[in-house]
Write a protein that binds this ligand. Structure first.
Ligand code: CTP
Length: 404
């Protein structure tokens, strides 16, 4: 179940060329499971049609003509009252001004005035209009009232000018919306540190010793924790993934850097999830210059790296240790006995045991099959599921552990 499942979202579309991008946003939200009701202003209808939105949301899209129909007197109140969030994307300078001053002169602004759900605005306008003192003052008013304003971005504008005024991309608006919906979730006001990816230990300036971790499970955990309202710090090695919106990202490469970053961030954290595949060995000495073929085959001596979870477990001051520590066990044999041993030796509260010998679970793939082992002895075997679903379950169990 995604955070959007069965959520009622109101999407207001106003008169900007970016209105065509709102169709993409509506489609993304509908695909994620939300029920999306779209309201087009008269100016928006000059750029896009209600049919565009009906086709992607599977629901009726509302226009100005609905304001004067037989059900008009209840329509705007009904739309506003069932909304979990109202997002206006694109939001023109004109609509911003109306919202700031409480004007109610079309179906969207009337609905916005009746709305009590979180308001998310993605402004779009031409160069100069955004910086205009009137717009800035309207924005300040709306921000003070608790609206979330995302963007606009710098770039090419419809007028041919370049400047700050482009609507932020639909994927980013989608990310911000899930942050807004997650507020007040099971991890609200909790700081969760999550490590992800495979560490890289330098052999010389161009080569590293690393592993097959893609970071997918760790990034999915970061997103699930954000969806639950947590304050998330993602300590990550370089990966091909885009970090979820709303988390703070700390980039590291080596096990030593991972250790330093995790210890520093864990000091005031409520929970730590070590999903990273931390190297157990590194070259004792990285060559200062690129190793040359002509110098023959290098003999590389390895040494042990720092163990991050052991260091956290050793932390004497309780204040510096997160209340709940979760680790992973990547095993190719004796899954449960090895995981159980790690759970105890690294003093974790929960360990996610992962059989990496299966082709549909573990490194690189989209799915995972895990067993959760708890310090108190309970075990929970989960069937094959997506890493996103695994992440949601781990976060739900983590929230329960933090409640105790
Ligand atoms: N871990 C860690 N620091 C390390 C190695 C691992 O913090 N240097 C963490 C991992 O992030 C994971 C847990 O410890 O949450 C178990 O990692 P795993 O690689 O399965 O186990 P190891 O303890 O390294 O033991 P082995 O490689 O012998 O199985």
């Amino acid at each position: 179940m995604s955070i959007f499942t069965d959520k009622h979202l109101l999407l207001g579309v106003t008169g900007s060329i970016a209105a065509y991008k709102a169709a993409d946003l509506a489609s993304k939200l509908a695909q994620a499971g939300a029920q999306v009701d779209v309201i087009l202003t008269p100016a928006a209808e000059k750029f896009v049609t209600p049919l565009t939105f009906q086709s992607v949301t599977g629901r009726r899209a509302f226009t100005e003509s609905d304001l004067w129909g037989g059900e008009a007197h209840v329509l705007h109140v009904g739309l506003a009252h069932q909304a979990d969030a109202l997002v206006i994307a694109p939001c023109t300078a004109n609509t911003l001004a109306k919202l700031a001053h409480g004007l109610a002169d079309n179906l969207l602004t009337i609905t916005a005035l009746a709305n009590r759900a979180p308001l998310v605005l993605a402004p779009a306008m031409d160069g100069g209009m955004f910086d205009a003192p009137a717009t800035q003052s309207n924005l300040a008013t709306l921000l003070e009232r608790g609206a979330s304003v995302i963007g606009p971005a710098e770039g090419h504008l419809a007028s041919g000018l370049s400047g700050r005024g482009r609507m932020i991309e639909p994927a980013e608006i989608f990310g911000h919306l899930r942050l807004v919906l997650g507020r007040g979730g099971g991890l609200a006001n909790k700081k969760v540190v999550i490590s992800a990816g495979g560490t890289q230990e330098p052999l010389d300036p161009v080569r590293v010793l690393t592993n097959r971790s893609s970071g997918k499970q760790g990034y999915a955990l970061a997103q699930a924790a954000l969806d639950a309202g947590a304050d998330v710090v993602l300590v990550t090695t370089p990966t091909a993934l885009t970090p979820p919106i709303g988390g703070r990202v700390v980039q590291v490469e080596t096990a030593r850097q991972m250790l330093e970053a995790v210890l520093a961030e864990s000091a005031k954290a409520d929970a730590l999830i070590m999903a990273a595949a931390v190297a157990d060995f590194r070259p004792k000495k990285a060559a200062g210059n690129k190793m040359k073929k002509r110098d023959g085959i290098p003999q590389v001596q390895l040494e042990a790296t720092e163990d991050v979870l052991e260091a956290v477990a050793r932390e004497k001051s309780k204040k510096k240790r997160p209340r709940v520590v979760v680790g992973f066990a990547a095993e190719s044999r004796d899954l449960l006995s090895n995981a159980s041993e790690k759970l105890k030796s690294k003093k974790m509260d929960m360990i996610v045991a992962n059989d990496i010998s299966a082709s549909d679970a573990g490194f690189g793939v989209e799915t995972n099959r895990v067993t959760l082992l708890f310090a108190k002895g309970k075990q929970e075997s989960l069937p094959l599921m997506s890493k996103v679903e695994v992440a949601e379950i781990i976060i739900a169990r983590l929230a329960a552990l933090l409640e105790k």
